[in-house]
Design a protein around this ligand. Structure first.
Ligand code: F1P
Length: 610
């Protein structure tokens, strides 16, 4: 979603801003822009719809420079994808603003501002931020005070950075609902919506908290909390590994990330899984003491992360004897729900910034959960900071909008959570030993599964002209079928649905014909015979099937069924393993269709608005 970069320096900051925007490209956006204060104290702006490269080309043709600047990638919410709606937005020739989030009361702000004589050149909610700050400046406030006063009138979510032409030494930033991080340099300071944007210039960061307003000059950073009190926020040294430019020879980040899974799953296990069980407190300080009391788990997440939560429900109830509910964050947060005694709230998120998941966590905290745990991939993210316990997946930066390695590392963490909760709830030694063995084997099995890549690439040809697809699975493979369908939708734009195959007779069988490929995930588990009956139901209606099956499951390819043999693995890790062929299938179908694999249309990597 939208990205912010800003800088206050002595040197020309144009390249820093553009590089920052490039590093945020993976989040998804549709236009980009930059505003600078140049040496003549003029406010200049360049904006383009499309890619950051188009903005960079425009600047290369008509160079601009400045030592104070703000830049933005916009993912349209209010107003179409036009240059006029791209950020930065100005109020007159004085104030420039970039903004992530949504100002929900922008209509009423606009009405008041119109009455005061302001005019609008965009359809955005952001322009009303610029005018609001300008009106406060006109009352004689400093830039800092003007922003502090202006934010009092905003309802909604914002991460915003403001420049004032008449005060060229500083930018003022405000955070409420959309993350912002200050990067500390030597004789220069920076701001961004994500630390990745600033890694070329610094590794020292201050993560702003909800309600913070901060004033940033070349040499000072002053932070004020929501009540206006000056506060000290901790400076964190980031050791995050990321090189946005590096596809390591792969054609797309998504393919690179699919192939990284054996390594990142190994990294996620490292230091946590021993030869006989788990190390202590791998979910945070004193976690073992808290987990020992847990009798129920409520999982909250969105998208792919929700699917990993769905798998965890099967695991927790089957292996750990702990009851579990899973819910989409946007539903959970707007309904009254029941809090079971001794409930642990678990949020799952790659980014740690998903607006609905974060809001659900905040709501749940008021509802009497025993403790909150997040399974998250981004250190220092809002979910990590606001949860009692955290388990960091070690997927590394995930650039492809469609999540792959984050998902399999989440599953790895969730299986370890199952072991940890099972410990206090009667998990047998045999089950624990099986889990340890299966997890130790997982990276190598993932590697083996990736060798199906060529076969799946060949198969993808058969999907390129299809408009619909149906994914089937049972038990803990049902969420994997859902994840497979989501991947195909996201990057190839083929309509795909997933069903628990026992549900076929209850409706979806009506869809079956030879134009609707049916993808089946079929490990050799106790549900195999049931699944085989469902496969026969599809066959009897002329359906064409692609079955990803355990080699011992005895499926045979024929005119109506193509069987792809998946390595045999223990039941516990089968959901992780069967994810890979479905990721590869979606990837190769998307490549054949020529879509923008890493940045699919209309989607954003980090969904920071609800
Ligand atoms: C949730 C999510 C991702 C998806 C896309 C949009 O994000 O739905 O699963 O791939 O990037 O957001 P998160 O909470 O896991 O960061």
């Amino acid at each position: 979603m939208c990205g912010i970069v800003g800088a206050v320096a002595e040197r020309n900051v144009v390249e820093i801003l553009l590089e920052g925007l490039r590093r945020l490209e993976y989040r998804g956006y549709d236009s980009a822009g930059v505003a600078l204060l140049n040496d003549q104290q003029e406010l200049i702006r360049v904006r383009r719809t499309g890619k950051v490269q188009e903005l960079a080309d425009a600047i290369a043709q008509n160079p601009v420079r400045g030592s104070v600047g703000i830049a933005h990638t916009r993912w349209a919410t209010h107003g179409g994808v036009t240059e006029a709606n791209a950020h930065p937005h100005f109020s007159g020739e004085r104030v420039a603003v970039v903004h992530n989030g949504i100002i929900e009361n922008y209509q009423s702000l606009r009405a008041t501002q119109r009455e005061a004589g302001y005019t609008f050149s965009s359809d955005t909610d952001t322009e009303s931020i610029a005018h609001q700050v300008d009106s406060m400046l006109n009352k004689g406030h400093s830039l800092l005070a003007a922003v502090q006063e202006a934010v009092k009138t905003f309802h909604g979510a914002y991460g915003t950075v403001v420049m004032d032409k008449q005060d060229p030494e500083r930018v003022v930033v405000a955070r409420s609902g959309s993350p912002l991080v200050i990067g500390l340099g030597i004789g220069e300071n920076f701001i961004a919506s994500d630390q990745l944007a600033l890694l070329p210039v610094t590794r020292r960061f201050i993560f702003l908290e909800e309600g913070d307003v901060a004033e940033i000059t070349r040499t000072t950073v002053s932070v004020f909390d929501k009540d206006g009190n000056a506060v000290q926020r901790e400076v964190i040294e980031s050791n995050i590994q990321h090189d946005a430019g590096d596809k390591a020879g792969y054609r797309h980040y998504m393919l690179k990330e699919i192939h990284e899974q054996p390594v990142v799953v190994r990294n996620t296990l490292q230091g946590r899984l021993t030869d006989t069980g788990l190390n202590t407190d791998i979910f945070g300080p004193n976690a073992d003491e808290i987990l020992a009391k847990v009798k129920h788990v409520q999982i909250i997440a969105c998208g792919t992360s929700y699917h990993s939560g769905m798998v965890a429900r099967y695991w927790l109830e089957q292996y750990a004897n702990v009851s579990c509910n899973v819910e989409i964050a946007s539903e959970f947060r707007y309904r009254k729900s029941f809090v079971h005694p001794n409930s642990l709230l678990v949020t799952i998120s790659q980014s740690g910034e998903t607006a609905d998941t974060l809001a659900a966590l905040r709501l749940a905290k008021e509802q009497g959960y025993m403790a909150s745990l997040t399974i998250c991939n981004v250190p220092g993210s809002s979910l990590v900071r606001e949860s009692d316990l955290a388990f960091m997946t070690m997927a590394g930066a995930e650039i492809g909008v469609a999540s792959t390695k984050a998902f399999t590392t989440q599953l790895t963490g969730l299986l370890m959570l199952t072991m940890a909760l099972g410990q206090a709830n009667g998990m047998s030694d045999a089950t624990r030993d099986a889990a340890v063995k299966a997890l130790h084997a997982l990276p190598a099995k993932l590697e083996e599964t990736l060798s199906l890549s060529n076969e799946i690439e060949g198969l993808a040809e058969e999907f390129a002209d299809k408009h619909h697809a149906l994914f089937l699975g049972r038990g803990d493979q049902y969420p994997i079928a859902m994840e497979g369908a989501l991947k195909l939708k996201e990057i190839s734009y083929i309509h795909a649905e997933a069903y628990a195959s026992g549900e076929l007779k209850h409706g979806p069988l009506a869809l079956i014909d030879d134009e609707m490929p049916v993808i089946v995930v079929a490990p050799n588990n106790e549900l195999l015979e049931k699944l085989k009956s469902n496969v026969e139901e599809v066959r009897a209606r002329g359906g064409i099937m692609y079955v990803f099956a355990d080699r011992d499951a005895n499926f045979v390819s024929d005119d109506t069924m193509r069987v792809i043999n998946v390595p045999h693995v223990d039941d516990m890790i089968a959901p992780v393993i069967y994810t890979l062929p479905l990721q590869l299938l979606s990837y190769y179908v998307a490549v054949i269709k020529g879509t923008d694999v890493d940045q699919p249309r209309n989607l954003a990597k980090s969904v920071t608005v609800e």
